[in-house]
Design a protein around this ligand. Sequence first.
Ligand SMILES: Nc1ncnc2c1ncn2[C@@H]1O[C@H](COP(=O)(O)OP(=O)(O)O)[C@@H](O)[C@H]1O
Ligand SMILES: O=P(O)(O)OC[C@H](O)CO
Length: 498
Amino acid sequence: MSSRYILALDQGTTSSRAIVFDRAGNIVSLAQKEFRQIYPQPGWVEHDPREIWGTQAGVAAEAVASAGLSGKDIAAIGITNQRETTIVWDRETGQPVYNAIVWQDRRTAAFCDELKHSGHEAMIREKTGLPIDAYFSASKIRWILHNVPGALARAQAGKLAFGTVDSWLVWHFTQGSVHVTDVSNASRTMLFNINTLAWDEDLLRLFEIPASMLPRAGSSSEIYGHTADNLFGGAIPVAGIAGDQQSALFGQQCTTPGMVKNTYGTGCFLMMNTGDAPITSRNNLLSTVAWQVGGKVQYALEGSIFSGGAVVKWLRDGLRLIRTSSEIDSLARSVPDTDGLYLVPAFAGLGAPHWNQDARGALFGATLGTSAGHIARAALESIAWQTRDVVRAMEADAGVPMPELRVDGGATVNNLLLQFQADILGIDVVRPRITETTALGAAYLAGLAVGYWHDLSDVAGQWQLEHRFAPAMPADDVARRVAGWQRAVRASIAWADD
Ligand SMILES: Nc1ncnc2c1ncn2[C@@H]1O[C@H](COP(=O)(O)OP(=O)(O)O)[C@@H](O)[C@H]1O
Ligand SMILES: O=P(O)(O)OC[C@H](O)CO
């Protein structure tokens, strides 16, 4: 094969990124652009789908050009994306009928509560691996169809298409000729049966969603189509798709059962590879499709934390305590500890393992001595505390302690966070040399589909340790702080449930 590189597109919640990788898995170039977060009402979060496409296409072109390359140097494109975020568009014009409703959006919480009360929970969990929650796409699609004038009728007439962000991007890269998703993204819609790997008619009926709106659910590694000639000056195969968390699991090479990673982005998402069958969590985690590669499906257990790095963004853009995200480090280090302050960042409710749609952010333990430094430190620690709750749930499901935690994502540049994480988990936290593992996973998926890499053994040596954080905090200190965190979470849930 003459082409020498893979282009991976990582369409995240806060930014669109494009990375060119070489055959050794090294980053050759990277371009990134943040885009607008739209908050029309408390608890609502939207993106403009045209900005998603515009920023993603823009950084893709920039990454290729800045490496001095052109389209013919790219063997394949892999796409990975924020999951669940819901876009509905007109098949003919390609125009969205509404903004993208983002995974964090809570507007359908009341409808989801009704579904729970009418006894659908067990059936939905059995088919989809998911608890009923506004997080997933189904209730968001239904909201659009019921709230955009004329949308339901147009959908019933076959005129509208639904897609998660991957589908939206492929549609545009192929100028409307390919409407596809992969099984990992499909498994987040709450319309997809993860046992049969097919859209589920009962669920489509329950959510009143016409089947004609849905994309084909393909594997995670195949040629779905080619980019239109005008985009990169030549057709490039789009050959890999996976939800960003599944892609990070693949990029971290957690390809055998029992391996776990945590990605610290806007949210935090822990995933454990569970092999070739979904396992039902007894501890409020969800089961999901990890990927389908070469006809082989693998599943994962997931603990989804809604607000991870988002707390840092909140300190920056909401509270304006810091000007740049990296400033949180020095601000947090300006105090030796939080002095008993806890932040429960339930800005979008609480995900795993609590699943409380109505919980909201809370600070506990503030005194007149509380400074910006204490808030910064409590914010960073809240990311680690939530991760600890999920790790314990995962260990309970697996029946064995976790040996170590592989980490990646934007917030893992923060050593203070990762040291605290190791301290309160009591296990090593391991950061690889390449923390852009989300994009790397998509690159692997695309490269495998076009024979750029033949199989996983071609990339096996590419995972390399950059830093190992070992636990150092005395056990009684950890126990005292754990008790404080647990009280804070209980209090914030009690406030929501009152
Ligand atoms: N130095 C830092 N310390 C802690 N968090 C950080 C730091 N720099 C960035 N972040 C956080 O990392 C997140 C961005 O990570 P990224 O993996 O790009 O997320 P996403 O894919 O969700 O957009 C943001 O929420 C940001 O607040
Ligand atoms: O954009 P990220 O990295 O925060 O990931 C978002 C998740 O896929 C939502 O489920």
